[in-house]
Write a protein that binds this ligand. Structure first.
Ligand code: ACM
Length: 628
């Protein structure tokens, strides 16, 4: 008996030590079900990849996978059509009868020491299983040069499928133009985290970015504006005779190439042509499109709202002819069933002032400008239907009555989405307070200039399905990267990651698997992947953010927080850089005594700085208190 107990004790110790040696897994988005096994699969140069039945789609995915692995491993893995005993293999198989994976994007991944078996009903599932496998490898797998690393993949069984079918990111290519090459890189980044829709905001007041053969002026004129640097909305208007040299556009061949590239990565491109507002670039190209009829320049980022007429004329048949031709070409270029028609922030100032528009409203019995906007959107829906497409628009399309089959993208909070769902319409949730990736992610003093705040935790902790609506009407959600203040590729990445990591989990993982403490624990490993892959990301969640209050307009107090839990904040008020020997912030607001003119703070983790030092002058602190 004693002997038995001793054995049991020793055995438990042994298994404990095996468990404690297991690498913590960091898969984002968190899979629906994950069971850890014993041991691991060691990827080596002799490992083969099996594309079952020599299926062409599987072969293509196997080639994609070897392409991801070869730079860092130096292996050129062989692709075979059947497994061989005694050779380690990664087997890909399509199996339409797998029931557990629920959707066409789901997959089953089983990893043991000599075999990896990945099966799915459709190639999309295999693609996502391979992305998960990529994250199970050491992060060094992302480097583009050979690494001296043991390529160990922990034994697991994963059954995985998405919560939502619509898992999008919006990239605004109008306010600043982003090249075809960057869009492809962005698609690659999205695909890593199982996003499947890239919403391209192709037109706005500051640029028209897609070639339309029926209207060449849209890109000859509309794609270019005068160059400006500085702070958006304060730029100087074009000077007389100044050349419009800043901008760019995608040719139709570029679009086809991007669509195909994205499609191979299970990403559909959703095109947005924003009408009837936000149309200054089109009006600059064809002034007859507005009721005002003035010749305006493409806006360079200066103030113009309600000064220059950026709205299409809903009373002019030539406008509907324009829309018919433009959306006809768009429908041909983008296979995705939806087209986004914008519909947001359409100022009514110029419609109110226009005799032509007002006469038209009387003639048609249209009682308000909201109803007129609704008339316009309904006509546009008819045009799209004729081209076999479905209409989606921002939540302003509710004003004056929704078009019969419209889908609503709710951005001014969730209420537009709730209203649309109550009317039985489909909804995509993109509430600005949770998904606008152009907002500050950390303290404005240490972040690139923008407006308002969206911290990582706020991205993570929301549910796209509001109470009291039929969940099946919520197609999913989307993070939106507007680019007024985001002029470069690296900056666009910085604003996207890691907030889009949080959103990927919101859109993909079952609610009970979305755990903020676990997500935080996965971040460092994900940062390692992103760094190795050359993707810029922000560590602002580890930086200190200061908010201030002034009692009786005099005594100044500062409250310090970080997004990431379990960091220790240290601060100084003597203009020296803080370290872990400085004052520890204990959670109570600090009083900033009179005469003190600087607060500095930094967060530490495990006795090392975790983020940037925040430096705020007394003036800044007082200003913040005033703006509360
Ligand atoms: C929007 O942010 N105007 C959709």
């Amino acid at each position: 008996m004693k002997h038995y107990l001793l054995c049991t004790f020793l055995f438990s110790l042994l298994s404990l030590s095996v468990v404690s040696q297991q690498r913590t897994l960091s898969i984002v988005p968190e899979p629906a079900e994950l069971i850890r096994g014993k041991g691991s699969f060691l990827l080596d140069a002799k490992t083969i990849i099996v594309a079952e039945n020599n299926d062409a789609g599987l072969r293509h995915l196997a080639e994609t996978f070897t392409g991801w692995l070869s730079p860092a491993t130096g292996f050129q893995l062989k692709i075979a059509d059947h497994a061989v005993t005694s050779v380690k293999s990664i087997e890909l198989s399509l199996n339409a009868s797998i029931k557990d994976i629920k959707t066409e994007e789901g997959y089953l991944l089983e990893i043991s020491s000599n075999r990896i078996h990945l099966s799915a009903a459709k190639p999309a599932g295999i693609f996502y299983g391979l992305q998960t496998l990529r994250q199970l490898l050491p992060p060094a797998i992302e480097y583009q040069s050979k690494q001296a690393v043991v390529w160990e993949i922990p034994a697991v069984k994963i059954t995985d499928y998405p919560r939502f079918g619509w898992r999008g990111l919006l990239l605004d290519v109008s306010r600043h133009f982003f090249t075809k090459e960057f869009v492809k890189k962005y698609v690659d980044e999205m695909a890593r985290y199982k996003f499947n829709i890239l919403h391209l905001h192709l037109t706005d007041d500051q640029g028209w970015r897609i070639q339309i053969k029926s209207f060449p002026g849209l890109t000859e004129t509309g794609a270019w504006r005068v160059p400006r640097t500085g702070r958006w909305w304060t730029y100087e208007q074009p000077k007389p005779g100044e050349a419009a040299t800043y901008g760019g556009f995608y040719t139709q061949d570029d679009i086809r190439e991007m669509v195909q590239y994205a499609r191979e990565r299970n990403v559909a491109i959703l095109p947005e042509i924003d009408v009837p507002g936000h149309s200054l670039a089109a009006i600059a190209s064809y002034p007859y499109l507005s009721a005002t009829g003035y010749l305006y320049p493409v806006n360079p980022g200066s103030k113009f709202y309600n000064i220059e007429d950026n709205t299409l004329n809903p009373a002019d048949e030539r406008v509907y002819d324009f829309l018919d031709k433009v959306f006809g070409e768009i429908a041909q270029l983008f296979p995705y069933p939806y087209i986004h028609i914008g519909g947001d922030e359409c100022t009514k100032t110029f419609w109110k002032k226009s005799a032509v528009v007002q006469d038209f409203m009387k003639k048609e019995g249209i009682k308000s400008e909201h109803e007129l906007q609704s008339y316009f959107i309904k006509r546009l829906e008819t045009i799209l239907k004729q081209k076999g497409k479905k209409l989606i628009g921002w939540d302003e399309i509710l004003e004056g009555g929704l078009a019969p089959d419209a889908t609503v993208m709710s951005w001014r909070g969730m209420s537009g989405g709730v209203e649309a769902a109550k009317q039985g319409h489909n909804v995509v949730m993109t509430p600005a307070d949770n998904v606008y990736l152009d907002l500050y992610q950390g303290d404005p003093a240490t972040e690139p200039d923008t407006y308002s705040m969206l911290r990582l935790k706020t991205c993570y902790q929301w549910d796209p399905v509001p109470r009291d609506v039929k969940p099946s009407l919520i197609l999913g959600g989307q993070g939106n990267l507007w680019t007024e203040s985001v002029p470069t590729d690296r900056h666009a990445e910085y604003m996207t990651w890691p907030r889009a990591l949080a959103l990927s989990e919101v859109f993909w993982s079952p609610v009970q698997k979305q755990q903020w403490p676990d997500f935080q624990n996965k971040l460092e490993a994900q940062f390692h992947h992103l760094r190795a892959a050359g993707i810029n990301y922000s560590r602002a969640a580890y930086d200190v953010l200061a908010t201030t209050t002034a009692k009786d307009n005099k005594q100044l107090f500062a409250e310090l927080t970080t997004d990431i839990d379990s960091l220790t904040i240290y601060y100084t008020i003597d203009n020296t850089n803080p370290d872990n020997f400085s004052n520890e912030y204990k959670g109570q607001p600090i009083q900033i005594p009179e005469g003190i003119y600087q607060l500095r703070a930094v967060a530490y983790k495990d006795n090392a700085p975790a983020g940037n030092i925040l430096i705020l002058s007394r003036e800044d602190l007082e200003k913040r208190a005033r703006h509360k």
